[in-house]
Design a protein around this ligand. Structure first.
Ligand code: SF4
Length: 234
């Protein structure tokens, strides 16, 4: 396509009221394991406020039917580290804030406790936390593929807006959504992957760690977190 034709297309979209165009890029090629993460490139990006405004009173998928509050994300817009979970639970749905229930309290403890032990001055408010889907699935079921497909572009925009130094994916759903890999979390955790050019660590979802028989997983999750925090904040 030549420049003139491209200009005409853009003018046409502008007449239709479309002010943002997003280039489709295939997802990271099954997010290969990388031994040493590479820092992401920087560039112009939109603000989280614009993305939230676009989301509006979203009814793009069936999950809007049972929600009380849409749970967009919380934390520092310029965070160097972003945590991505699966979807809101009951407490999150009631408050409109991600990770505020028991699992959320454990995540906060893990972030702040690990940082303190490692001598890093980091609080929960310094990172950014969000989910793959922004509305609570009924009975806390796993989001369905079409729901993740519909809501996913907003997560992609959040991550591109923040451009963190690293992303930590909490649990299988987040890992599947961004990395499209077949292995389970047990196999993936502790390794570095890449989403676009951003280093990604996969670890257990805090709600999995709350189960009493998963204490060894808890230790592993602390190890994963330590690795991420040192990479991002050292
Ligand atoms: S889950 Fe996402 S796409 Fe579905 S209604 Fe909620 S905000 Fe919209």
């Amino acid at each position: 396509m030549n420049r003139e034709l491209l200009r005409q297309y853009l003018a046409y979209y502008q007449d239709l009221g479309i002010t943002h165009l997003y280039r489709f890029e295939p997802r990271a090629p099954a997010g290969g394991v990388v031994s040493e993460p590479r820092a992401p490139a920087s560039g112009p990006s939109e603000s989280l406020a614009v993305i939230r405004e676009d989301l509006g009173d979203c009814r793009r998928c069936r999950l809007h039917e049972g929600r009380n509050k849409l749970v967009f994300g919380v934390g520092n817009e310029h965070a160097k580290l972003v945590f991505v979970g699966e979807g809101p639970g009951a407490d999150e749905d009631a408050q409109g804030i991600p990770f505020v229930g028991r699992a959320g309290q454990l995540l906060t403890q893990m972030i702040e406790g690990t940082a303190r032990k490692e001598g890093l001055p980091l609080l929960r408010q310094d990172v950014y936390i969000c989910n793959v889907v922004k509305c609570r699935p009924p009975e806390n079921r796993t989001p369905l593929p079409d729901e993740m497909e519909t809501c996913g572009p907003f997560l992609v925009r959040q991550l591109l807006a923040i451009r963190p130094k690293a992303i930590c994916l909490l649990g299988a759903t987040a890992a599947k959504a961004l990395l499209e890999r077949k292995e389970g979390v047990t196999k993936m955790r502790g390794n570095w992957y890449r989403w676009r050019d951003i280093p990604v660590m996969v670890t257990y979802h805090p709600s999995y760690l709350l189960r009493p028989y998963n204490q060894s997983a808890k230790r592993e999750a602390w190890e994963d977190l330590k690795k991420v925090l040192h990479y991002v904040y050292d």
